[in-house]
Design a protein around this ligand. Sequence first.
Ligand code: PEP
Ligand code: MG
Length: 711
Amino acid sequence: PGAAGGAGSADGAEPDTSAAVTLVNPMGLHARPAAALAGALAGFDAEVRLEVPGRSPVSARSPLSVAGLGTRGGDEVLVSAAGPQADEALAETVRLIEEGFGEAGDPVLAAGAAATAAGAGGGSPARGASGAGAAGPTAPEGTPPAGAAPSGDAPAGGSGLGVSPGRVVGPAVHMPPPLGAPAEQAPLAPEARTTEARRLEEAASAVVQELNARAKAAHGEASAILAATAALAADPAPLEAALTLIRDEGAGAEQASWRAYTDIAAQFSAAGGALAERATDVRDLRGRVVAALRGVSAPGVPVRDEPFVLVARDLAPADTAGLDPAFVLAIVASEGGPTSHTAILARSLGIPAVVGFAGAQALAEGEGVLVDGGTGEVLGRPTPEQSAGAATAPSVRERAAFTGRAATADGHEVQLLANVGTAADARKAAAAGAEGSGLFRTEFAFLDRAEAPSEDEQAELYASVLRSFQGSKVVLRTLDSGSDKPLPFLHPEAEENPALGVRGLRTAWRHEEILRTQLAAMARAQAEVPGTQAWVMAPMVATAEEAAWFAGLARAAGLRHVGVMIETPAAALSAEHVLEHVDFVSLGTNDLAQYTMAADRLSAPLAALNDPWQPAVLRLIAATVNGAGLASAAGGAKRPVGVCGEAASDPVLARVLVGLGVDSLSMSAGALAAVAEGLASSTLEHCRAAATAALSAAGAREAREAASGLL
Ligand code: PEP
Ligand code: MG
């Protein structure tokens, strides 16, 4: 049966037309494609239903029922349609399915699908050793996460699945418990049932409106997730099931909706695999509808004055989409897998995250916890030695004291910049004291676009980011589409091996006009914000020839500071020649580590390889600095070398980078104060000694230990 039961099944109507179609996106018709399908069909006067072997057909207008079919890539689905626009609706459905909903080449989803198919058991695809936990990842339905967690004697520790890299320490703050189940009540009198049904309809519609409003106000991935959640909230199936309970059994609106959503969540959980990961989304909707009926606000992420590590059973997409990386240092969840929204959003926000950690609920509220989103390690009450190298939570007072100027103890200045993805990020980063931005990931604004954004829209966005850092340097990166973040208008088709495919600057080989439009928009923004320093750089460059081609286009557009990212070993080793053509380079250490170590940066089992402390990666950084020195000597002007990967936000590694000769460091705004503090505590000579020791270490752990011992 379809997940939404009778209300979502559609086996009554006689189809006028039908077609069999094979799913090409790896995770099949999960919640987001199902919501997109329902949205696309809204304008057609037709009933469309989907059927897979062994299941009753379900209405394509019910995303929860469609997701409940539990399909995955390669499955064949029978699509049938009836009604005046049956042919058009069928054609549209088939088109969307065949196009794979823009996910056909998504490596995150593909990894999740492969792991789930391999039968890693239960909800999440791959888990590390379990922690010393209380409530496990399969806590029974309705078990509240510990709002006031036990403060046991032994510190909680162990490992889960690291899904978003970064190593931090901060106080644990638990998500508040979800709304409890409504109390049993006597059946309503028949004459009261119509009013009660109307009350439910109004509450459900208020939830949809609120989510849609938040989706409009958000950008990129957060906006797409909120819109998909709104589409799930608009699903007619649970609403009809609940209305039936009110009308036929006299159930109250709260009880009826609680039961309808709980049934769906239980079916999702029972199905296991990726579908079980979505049970949280359904429980979140249940909480939102019941909160609206009670007239209280839906439970959400706690608000604190100081940065903290957020501990939860799992986060609903609508919660994750609103997370503020300046306050949420890391996420630890007892449930969820690599494809959960928590994982996807944490990665896009740059928040370290560990999911599937059985010991989450045993972490004591307010006590320090060490989280390593790369290895999956979580440790309650870590000792200073255990926390070595981890970014700490700067207090508000310390953050305010960060003036935007950083230097080593002996006065060697290092420019500290912020990585930003939206105009709002830029404002927050400027307020946190960043001297400018070393990386504006322009693609983040357009992740959900089917069409390339116009020059006008782009110029406005870039100008607003430049204004936030009036007079300071802002490095605008051209679209880095492909691999883990394909833009639908540049990547309509799946690639066999997307991390090694047509990503970054390579997309402009075929779509030079999109790059030209973007460069023109950047040049306009530069002209519109006088006194600004608009720098521009291209991602994923491998050869000096590509750098020369990009520089030619950028300069012809009127841009004055032109650079490229060093993200491939090839570019690092050819830095001297690359820098003959450009004014600066910025090391993307996230990708440089991935390509040096031949280890997918999204793969949890490969996290230890994918570490910027790997001496091989450090040697490529040293080679880049060396190449920049040779190019500068040959061509006169100094060519600055920056780092804008995660490595820059590690207070110990940041000093090693400075010791290697890096001029500027760009990081998430929340890391600025800790990195500045680290720099101020060491002389340049100490940084150089730490760099020399790390370069000659045998492995990543040895490099970290050797450097820490010297700083
Ligand atoms: C990097 O690869 O280090 C980088 C900064 O770019 P992104 O993380 O956006 O790929
Ligand atoms: Mg990169």
